[in-house]
Write a protein that binds this ligand. Sequence first.
Ligand SMILES: NC(=O)c1ccc[n+]([C@@H]2O[C@H](COP(=O)([O-])OP(=O)(O)OC[C@H]3O[C@@H](n4cnc5c(N)ncnc54)[C@H](O)[C@@H]3O)[C@@H](O)[C@H]2O)c1
Length: 265
Amino acid sequence: MLENHVVLVLGGGSGLGRGLVRSFRNEGAEVAVLEVSASKVEELQTEFGDDVLAVQGDVTVIGDLERCRSVLLERFGRLDALVGCVGVFDGNVSLHDTPLDKMPALFDEIFHINVLGNMLATKVFVDLLDQSGGAIVLTTSTAAYAADGGGPTYTASKGAVSSLVNQLGFELAPRIRVNGVAPLTFANSRLRGPAALGMDGWDQSQVPVEDMASAFERLIPLSQMCEPEDYAPVYAFLASRHNKIMTGQSVIADQGMFNRALMSA
Ligand SMILES: NC(=O)c1ccc[n+]([C@@H]2O[C@H](COP(=O)([O-])OP(=O)(O)OC[C@H]3O[C@@H](n4cnc5c(N)ncnc54)[C@H](O)[C@@H]3O)[C@@H](O)[C@H]2O)c1
């Protein structure tokens, strides 16, 4: 699917992004990663050696994006797809339970990373994608489409990512195709909580796997909890030149969750 494609994965150090890096390599891509965590960059180097270009940097910092662009161009000379997997969670804290004085900082933290990060990266790499006739694939969430996938700040930020996909799909056509994927909860995530609520020491790997697996068995029609790699074929197609049929859309990959009324549950 990705022979002769150069793909940049934003936030490829763990969870979804890490799984996509593995799968994209298997699909024939040359892969680069921009990742904020230095220890995850080391993990990438240990797993892939020189096969993957791992750049330490923050997707919300223009200088880091520009440095990533220079290193990527030096090594590969072009870019065919930008895949956004960066994210931070709001800790599933409801509006009722969020202290009023913390709301502005919580909003700024979550929207800065989840929304602005994708916009800045698009701006910095758009000319390369225009040259290659490339693709952008952003990660939204089922939380953008149905309640109870997070608190209001995370949910609104994912709704914003879906709307960004709509707008950029329109603005960047016909040269660049822009689509989103809205995953359901998956295994091996290290999605962290918000520093604004003092929850940045928490990440999703601390939720007992058995609890998540049993919720899937009870509630989700395709009842097995998925690995990040299970999402890779959808991302690979949307990132590839094989996709001539979609732009401005998000694929809701919900394992059948939205297709039931829960009456029998
Ligand atoms: N975990 C889930 O169940 C789930 C469900 C639906 C959607 N998502 C979305 O999937 C995406 C990936 O999440 P994940 O669960 O794999 O989490 P994760 O934390 O394991 O992966 C995100 C990666 O992005 C990196 N990152 C965070 N901020 C960054 C920044 N400013 N600059 C560069 N890198 C940064 C993190 O260090 C991490 O390696 C996110 O957008 C998340 O909202 C997750």
